[in-house]
Design a protein around this ligand. Structure first.
Ligand code: SF4
Length: 697
């Protein structure tokens, strides 16, 4: 088909889809422009970055040409909400209207699926009909029954389908991470494993929907996704942060203790197999020339020496806390820490070697080809999987699991010991716990130059900037940037208020002025406000202040679940919601309940964030412009974007930071926002408010 014909087809098809959803539905201009751009990239190759304002209808603008192309498509999104919307609404809407025969699959990380092996372990230890109670919240039997009933009917095993809330504790009992999974070839439930089935479905599907984390793992390590033809990344403004987290690592004393527990379980398992007379285990010990006392010595290392070493880890982290380490000339504390870690790594490596040899003997190492296939089939993150057990001997699954978990830990320890210059390593205390974090400095070093251009790629979001692909190392010649306008009438339906009388938020002891302005606005609007803060402390102070000054209902993040807060805020029109960073994005409340967005200050990243400090240093003089401003602009645009969610929405965004009116960079920040009229005069806000005819004003 010629490119022109394909484009015409796509436009006609989009019109059918839009009209099928809504009588008299029309294609929006921005949507049409985006569809043409996507269609061209699919047929001509390259990478299109499309900034598509709120309400563009971007999912149909990329789905229609992508599905019509007949190619295999991967769509990656940051949020579960959008994944669900694509899989449950948008994909069926397009394929039904256009009568396309296509199959689609949603792939999530392994721990999102019920692990039949882990769940089965709750049954095996009980008498028939009386399964072992889950430790979960003392509600074990009821929870067990609920899951059993669901298990009898679910086709996917996706834990999000369960009617009960899957807390972190429950998830630990019924699912496994990729490091904990023994692998489908070894697992007694491997042939009916939900995670494996989900992976299999992606091979047959025409469209695969994944989250950004899995996409990042595939981009860096491969073997997650099958071969595909076209990549579409939605909510792409999150990609750099997700990639940073995917490549990074965290070490805590708790993680060490967890690894020690895994090693203890493995040694216990081997010891039991040995004393039970298991012939291969006995063979192993005699072949290696290990005496009876050998295991005792290993137990002593794992039960005494390693825990002692781990006890010292927090002392070192305390000393190193609050700064980047292993950068430049090491301090005495850093040198001592490295020496301590080195000794631990040797001990861990020694035991790991023994366990790996044991598994190899027990099962015979598989051929390289088999091993690769196995990794391909199993892994979300390529830990060293060197085992492939065969035969009918009991499965030493605790040993397999220990090898996987400890191999990953050891790899992260070696990042530190090698003082890997591509990682920014820093110690800090978070929520009372000390941790050592390693994050990649320059993301482009970890990606192939052609990652986003070797196959047709579309990247889109309401707030993406054109430089994203060059920051990720792609060849700029093959990348186009298009901005398509939102269909919403921001000019008539919104007002951006930047009070000029407020002090610079960096000045000390001036917060009360901002809190007072919040209270004034809440009174004027009779609630109906989403109030966004850059810090928890500011949110709590402002909330306490406003409780004393405002008579309308106030709710605050942290006291209830996100779902509860948003439902209450949506349902009760005079309620105002105070929240921090996680509410700057993804809150979608059309209607009068959200008629006012208040932003306490421009959301610049923390100046002392060790990763950003290192990235600023790398960027030199351009640090502020290339690191801080784009981040602040993106988040500010996300926050402002909470106001207008439908063509009938109207309201005011108040940014209580005069720098948006005075700083050199003000035009850059404002240019990244929807085209709203701007005022610094509160009287104009009141006059605009009187035109809104809100129900209770
Ligand atoms: S293959 Fe892994 S995830 Fe699947 S049932 Fe077995 S242990 Fe669980």
């Amino acid at each position: 088909m010629s490119v022109k014909k394909s484009k015409d087809n796509a436009e006609t098809a989009l019109l059918s889809v839009v009209q099928n959803l809504k009588q008299d539905g029309e294609i929006r201009l921005g949507q049409l422009e985006m569809l043409r751009q996507v269609d061209s990239i699919i047929h001509n190759g390259g990478c299109a970055v499309v900034k598509a304002g709120t309400g563009t209808g971007k999912s149909f603008a990329y789905l229609v040409p992508a599905l019509l192309s007949g190619k295999k498509i991967v769509i990656a999104t940051a949020t579960k909400t959008l994944q669900d919307q694509l899989a449950k609404n948008d994909l069926p809407a397009v394929s039904d209207t256009l009568d396309l025969e296509l199959s689609y699959a949603v792939l999530k990380g392994r721990s999102n699926y019920l692990c039949r092996k882990a769940f089965g372990e709750h049954i095996d230890e009980r008498n028939p009909g009386a399964p072992k109670l889950f430790s979960y919240a003392n509600k074990g039997f009821a929870v067990y029954e609920e899951i059993s009933d669901w298990l009898a009917v679910t086709e996917t095993g996706d834990l999000s389908e369960l009617d009960i809330e899957v807390t972190a504790d429950l998830a630990k009992e019924i699912s496994v991470t990729v490091d904990e999974c023994v692998g489908s070839r070894l697992c007694p439930k491997g042939d009916v494993c939900f995670a494996e089935k989900a992976k299999k479905r992606t091979e047959e599907a025409t469209v695969i929907v994944v989250n950004l984390h899995l996409l990042c793992l595939d981009m860096v390590y491969g073997k997650i996704l099958p071969n595909y033809d076209v990549l579409i990344v939605d909510e792409v403004h999150e990609l750099e942060d997700v990639l940073t987290k995917t490549l990074g690592f965290t070490i805590t004393s708790k993680r060490f203790r967890g690894a020690i527990a895994e090693l203890q379980s493995a040694l216990n398992e081997i010891s039991k197999l040995r004393s039970s007379g298991d012939s291969r285990t006995k063979d192993f010990f005699s072949k290696m020339g290990y005496q009876e006392t050998y295991l005792d010595a290993l137990f002593a290392t794992v039960s005494e020496e390693l825990p002692e070493s781990v006890a010292g880890i927090d002392d070192y982290l305390e000393m190193l806390s609050g700064r980047r380490i292993l950068y430049g000339e090491p301090s005495k504390a850093e040198t001592a820490f490295l020496a301590h870690l080195d000794i631990m790594a040797d001990k861990v490596q020694f035991i790991l070697d023994l366990l790996t040899k044991y598994l190899a003997h027990f099962s015979y190492l598989s051929s390289t080809k088999d091993r690769e296939e196995e990794e391909e089939f199993l892994s979300e993150k390529p830990v060293q999987r060197s085992v492939n057990l065969t035969g009918k001997a009991p499965l030493p699954d605790k040993t397999i699991r220990a090898v996987q978990v400890v191999t990953k830990l050891l790899a992260d320890m070696h990042h530190i010991l090698a003082k890997d210059a591509n990682f920014v390593i820093y110690a800090e205390r978070e929520a009372g716990f000390l941790k050592l974090e390693g994050m990649p400095l320059d993301l482009s070093l970890f990606l192939d130059k052609g990652t986003f251009t070797n196959k047709p790629t579309v990247m889109t979001s309401a707030t993406v900037d054109g430089a994203i692909v060059s920051r990720l190392g792609a060849d700029g010649d093959l990348v186009s940037f298009t901005e398509v306008q939102s269909p919403f009438d921001y000019h008539s339906n919104s007002l951006l208020y930047i009070p000029s009388h407020l002090p610079d938020p960096r000045k000390k002891d001036m917060s009360t002025y901002r809190y007072s302005e919040i209270a004034t606005l809440l009174k004027a609007f009779n609630g109906k406000a989403l109030v966004l803060f850059t810090s928890k402390a500011a949110m709590e102070e402002a909330y306490e202040f406003c409780l004393r000054k405002v008579s309308t209902n106030l709710i605050m993040q942290g006291r209830h679940s996100r779902r509860f807060l948003i439902d209450k805020f949506t349902a009760e029109r005079d309620t105002s919601l105070f929240a921090t960073m996680s509410f700057w994005q993804g809150v979608d409340v059309p209607g009068e309940s959200l008629s006012l967005v208040i932003i306490d200050k421009i959301p610049f990243p923390r100046p002392d964030d060790p990763l950003l400090m290192a990235r600023r240093e790398l960027a030199g003089e351009a640090g502020f412009v290339s690191i801080d401003l784009p981040k602040a602009a993106n988040l500010l645009a996300q926050g402002v974007g909470r106001l207008i969610r439908s063509s009938t929405d109207k309201g005011v965004v108040a940014v209580l930071d005069p720098r948006l009116n005075t700083a050199k960079y003000k035009n850059y920040l404002i240019s990244r926002l929807p085209a709203m009229p701007v005022t610094t005069d509160y009287k104009e806000v009141l006059s605009y408010l009187s035109t809104l005819a809100l129900n209770d004003n």
